[in-house]
Design a protein around this ligand. Structure first.
Ligand code: ATP
Ligand code: MG
Length: 359
């Protein structure tokens, strides 16, 4: 029985709707397992611009930094699209990630067997199951490497971006990946391009060094081109994948796409041990369906499950949430985005209530 402080940032669009359902589910977890979740709501994104002029006001930052973890919905929408880029709602998200030192992005790609018929892959491949966790380095690599730019050299334009990693950056994300593997099936695949890139050779060396701290974890290496192919040919071969920012950007989208709807996919961004983890659905604020009780809350509910597992170290509680989601899907309940003929169509709040009840 524990007491935990969570910062809750509903944000914009469908954010408040899906977060409300995740909160219902957390309340059910608290009741079942005897925990107290002390929820601290704070304005964020467009909602915060409206109330205070900033997408990530100092009070919100304080609330987040003093919490055990942060749960948020989504930010942005047409109302704020015409604002100066420096105070856009999305800037709040970047500022939050930076404040929390969130250098590792965890994106699970899990196919619920109940939704297998919506999967793009061959049935015999789907039958073997897909349950992968991509750990992507989030604040380094070619996106931030200097020097970068476009210059004129010898009379023609030249563009260049620097793929650069320091060993400290590699080591800390590798540790997150090994810790994640320890909480799952103790299997980790490090993805790089070490046959061509010097930076990848260092990546491999440092991951190998870190692996000595985790003798129980079975470590393998794969080149990124092969990994992209194996993800669609034999996804069951993967458990945890760790990779750099650029390769992770591509592979995490690929892994997500093979499992189906964006309304189902959670994510976590984590930093140092004394920093709060950030948990959010992969999808955005979906202004086209906001305020109509149509959104699928499962991505946010599964984000709350990740929060329980990774920030609060409550695996049984996380399992209970995931099992409740699977149970409700098995009973045929579907929001519009995953609906098919013959299923039971429900709205956002009913879906959340059903999952909370099953917990
Ligand atoms: P952002 O820039 O914030 O990522 P976006 O417009 O690129 O926003 P989303 O907001 O994720 O992307 O919306 C993309 C499409 O997916 C929209 O048609 C939206 O209605 C749909 N969608 C997104 N999230 C959900 C959800 N939870 N349930 C149902 N449909 C969703
Ligand atoms: Mg988008």
């Amino acid at each position: 029985m524990g007491r935990y402080t969570l910062a809750v940032l509903p944000g914009d669009g469908i954010g408040p709707e899906v977060v409300a359902e995740a909160v219902k589910v957390l309340a059910a977890v608290g009741k079942k397992f005897g925990h107290t979740f002390d929820l601290r709501y704070a304005p964020f994104g467009g909602a915060a611009i409206d109330s205070s002029g900033s997408p990530f006001p100092p009070e919100t930052e304080d609330t987040c930094m003093n919490a055990d973890a942060v749960l948020f919905g989504a930010v942005g929408g047409p109302k704020w699209d015409t604002l100066d880029p420096v105070i856009r709602p999305e800037k709040g998200l970047l500022a939050l990630r930076k404040a929390a030192g969130a250098f590792a992005n965890l994106r699970p790609a899990k196919l619920f067997p109940e939704l297998a018929d919506a999967c793009y892959l061959r049935p015999d491949i789907v039958a073997k199951g897909i349950d992968i966790m991509v750990v992507r380095e989030l604040i380094g690599d070619v996106y931030f490497g200097e020097p970068s730019g476009i210059e004129v050299r010898d009379g023609e334009r030249v563009g260049f971006s620097n793929m650069i990693y320091g060993e400290y950056e590699i080591r800390r994300v590798a540790r997150v990946a090994f810790e994640t593997a320890m909480k799952r099936n103790k299997k980790l695949c490090s993805v790089d391009k070490a046959n061509v890139l010097a930076v990848s050779r260092l990546w491999r060396e440092v991951v190998t060094e870190v692996s000595r701290e985790y003798p129980e974890v079975e470590l393998s290496y794969m080149y990124v081109d092969n990994a992209a192919m194996q993800l669609v040919r034999n996804p069951a071969a993967f458990d945890v994948i760790v990779t750099g920012n650029l390769f992770g950007d591509i592979l995490s989208d690929e892994a997500a796409a093979i499992t189906g709807s964006i309304g189902m996919l959670p994510s976590a961004s984590v930093g140092g041990p004394d920093m709060p983890g950030l948990y959010e659905p992969v999808h955005g604020s979906a202004p086209d369906i906001a305020g109509q009780d149509l959104a699928n809350p499962v991505a946010t509910i599964l984000s709350a499950a990740m929060l329980l597992r990774y920030s609060l170290s409550l695996p049984a509680e996380a399992d209970a949430v995931e099992a409740a989601v699977a149970a409700v899907l098995a009973e045929g309940y579907r929001t519009g985005d995953i609906y098919r003929d013959g299923m039971r169509k429900v709205g956002c709040s009913e879906m959340g209530q059903l999952i909370a009840d099953r917990v």
